[in-house]
Ligand binder design. Structure first.
Ligand code: FAD
Length: 452
C-alpha cells in the first residue's frame, strides 16, 4: 500500500484502510455504494502527481480508490474530432493515441508520463498549451462519474452545445474528487500542426511581455502554443539539477521567454525564400523588428527538431530543478497580464530584503506564475521570515486582482488560503453544494473546501 500513501513531492504522507482498484464504472459504483453504507470516506487517486496533497488520504479512516486500472481509450471519433477516455488513462498515452489519428490532444505539462486524465479533470489542470487550447475544463465535452451515493451520471455525449440544466460536468471538473469520482470523459481534439517554431527570447523588460505575446499572436494568426517565463535563476537551478541540459542562450537572460508557435496550414508549412518555413519567416520578421526597437537583446530559434525538444525538456524540468535546489515555498498564482511585471518587481525586491531568493517559472501567456521562494546564498531557510513573505505575496496578489490557485488545486495545501481569501458568500455557496451532493462528507473529506 505504501506508494499510494504519498505523492510525487514526498511532502504529503497519509494512511488508509485499503486501496481499491476497480476496473469498470460499475465496480466503482458498487464500491462507492458499499462505502456510503458503511460510512467510510473515499479518496480518489490517479497518478499521484498532484502538487496540493489532494490525493493523499489523511487519517487512516478512508479507503483510496485508484483509477489506474480504468485505462481504456474507449473511442477516437475522427469526424467529431473527439476522444473518449477512461479516467486512469495516462496523459501521454492519450496524446500518442490522438497523434496516431493525425490529431492532437492538446493538454501538456511535465507530469504527462504519469498523471491521469481523471486527475487532470479533477484539478482542472493547465500546463503549457493553455494559451491556445484552454484548460482541461475547456477541452472536456462529456463526462461520466460516480456520485457520492453510488449513482452513475453518464453524459458522454461529446456535444458542444447542451444547455439542459446545471452543467454537472463543470461541477465535477476542478472539484478534486470532493463531489464524486470521474470515471470517463470526452475531449475535443485539435488538428495536428504541420509546422512548429520554438525559440528562446531574452527580453529587455518583463513589462514588454504582454505586447510581445500579442504581436506574436497577430503575426501568426493566433498560433502561439506556449509562452513561458523562465528567468535566469530558474534556468541555473535546472542546470544544477541536470548538468546535461544546455542553456538556450550563451548569456542567461534575467527575463527569458520560451515560446512555441504552430500551424496546421499548408501555407505556413511551405518553404520560404530563406529555406525555413513561412511560419518561421513570420516569427523572424517579428523578432528582427523587436531587436530594432531595443526590446529584445537576444533570441534563438530551434533549428532542428532535437533543439525544439531540448527547449521543451528544459521547461518541463523546472519543477525538478526547484525540488533539487533545496527547501522552497512554491506558489501557483495568476494575475492579469499587465499586473505581472509590477508584481514580480515589487515582490523580488521585498523578499530579497528578507533573505529569500526567487526561483520563478510560469505559463506567462495565461498570467500564471509559480512564484517560488528559496533561501538566498548564505541564508538558513529555517530562520527566514516565511510567514511575513507569504502574507505580503497574498496581500499584493489580492490587491492586483489575482488568484492564489491557478492550476494545481487546493488539496490540503491551500485550505488556509481558501479560508482567508475567498469571500464568506463564496464559501457559503461552495459548502452548500458540497453538503447537498455529499451530505455525509465521505468524498475526499477535508480537501478543497474548509467546511468549518
Ligand atoms: P492525483 O495527484 O492522483 O490526484 C489529484 C487530485 O484529483 C486529488 O484530489 C484526487 O483525489 C483527485 N482525483 C484523481 N483522480 C480522480 C478521479 N478520477 N475522479 C475524481 N477525483 C480524482 N499541473 C498543472 O495544472 N500544470 C502543470 O504545468 C503541471 N506541471 C506539473 C509538473 C510536474 C513535474 C508534476 C509532478 C506535476 C505537475 N502538475 C501540473 C500537477 C499535476 O500533474 C496535475 O495536478 C495532474 O492533473 C494530477 O493528475 P494525477 O492523475 O496525478 O492526480
Amino acid at each position: 500500500m505504501a506508494p499510494y500513501l504519498r505523492d510525487w513531492t514526498g511532502q504529503y504522507q497519509g494512511s488508509a484502510i485499503a486501496v481499491l482498484r476497480p476496473r469498470s464504472t460499475d465496480e466503482v459504483a458498487q464500491l462507492v455504494r458499499l462505502c456510503a453504507e458503511a460510512g467510510i470516506a473515499v479518496v480518489p487517486q490517479g497518478g499521484r502527481t498532484g502538487l496540493a496533497g489532494g490525493g493523499v488520504p489523511l487519517d487512516g479512516r478512508s479507503v483510496i480508490l485508484s483509477l489506474e486500472r480504468m485505462n481504456v481509450i474507449r473511442t477516437v471519433d475522427t469526424d467529431a474530432r473527439t476522444m473518449t477516455l477512461e479516467a486512469g488513462v495516462i496523459l501521454e498515452t492519450a496524446q500518442n493515441a490522438a497523434l496516431e489519428q493525425g490529431l492532437v490532444f492538446p493538454l501538456t505539462f511535465g507530469a504527462k508520463g504519469s498523471c491521469t486524465i481523471g486527475g487532470a479533470l479533477a484539478t482542472n489542470a493547465g500546463g503549457s498549451n493553455v494559451v491556445r487550447y484552454g484548460t482541461t475544463r475547456e477541452l472536456c465535452v462529456g463526462i461520466e462519474a460516480v456520485m457520492p451515493d453510488g449513482a452513475v451520471i453518464s453524459a458522454l455525449h461529446g456535444l458542444r452545445k447542451d444547455n439542459t440544466g446545471y452543467d454537472l460536468r463543470h461541477l465535477l471538473i476542478g472539484a478534486e474528487g470532493t463531489l464524486g469520482i470521474i470515471t470517463a470523459a470526452v475531449f475535443k481534439l485539435a488538428p495536428a500542426p504541420k509546422v512548429r517554431v520554438a525559440g528562446f527570447l531574452a527580453l529587455e523588460d518583463l513589462a514588454h511581455a504582454p505586447s510581445l505575446l500579442n504581436r506574436m499572436q497577430d503575426r501568426t494568426g493566433g498560433a502561439v502554443e506556449a509562452f513561458e517565463y523562465m528567468p535566469k535563476p530558474m534556468i541555473a537551478a535546472i542546470q544544477r539539477a541536470f548538468p546535461d541540459i544546455r542553456a538556450p542562450l550563451d548569456t542567461l537572460p534575467e527575463t527569458g521567454i520560451f515560446f512555441e508557435v504552430a500551424s496546421s496550414r499548408d501555407a505556413d508549412a511551405a518553404e520560404a525564400e530563406g529555406g525555413g518555413s513561412r511560419l518561421e519567416e513570420d516569427v523572424l520578421g517579428l523578432l528582427e523588428a523587436l531587436m530594432e526597437e531595443g526590446a529584445l537583446p537576444d533570441a534563438m530559434i530551434a533549428q532542428t527538431e532535437q533543439q525544439r525538444l531540448d527547449l521543451w525538456h528544459l521547461r518541463e524540468s523546472a519543477l525538478e530543478g526547484v525540488m533539487h535546489n533545496g527547501p522552497a515555498y512554491f506558489t501557483d498564482i495568476s494575475l492579469p497580464l499587465n499586473k505581472i511585471a509590477p508584481f514580480v518587481a515589487e515582490m523580488d525586491q521585498a523578499v530579497a530584503e528578507m533573505g529569500f531568493a526567487t526561483l520563478t517559472v510560469g505559463h506567462l501567456g495565461d498570467g500564471n506564475l509559480h512564484y517560488t521562494l528559496s533561501a538566498a546564498k548564505g541564508q538558513d531557510w529555517d530562520s527566514l521570515p516565511l510567514a511575513k513573505a507569504k502574507a505580503l505575496i497574498f496581500d499584493r496578489l489580492q490587491a492586483a486582482g489575482g488568484s492564489f490557485s491557478a492550476e494545481h488545486g487546493i488539496g490540503q495545501s491551500k485550505l488556509d488560503l481558501m479560508r482567508q481569501l475567498k469571500t464568506p458568500a463564496q464559501l457559503k455557496a461552495m459548502r452548500a453544494v458540497k453538503r447537498a451532493l455529499d451530505p455525509e462528507n465521505l468524498m475526499n473529506p477535508a480537501k478543497l473546501i474548509p467546511m468549518d
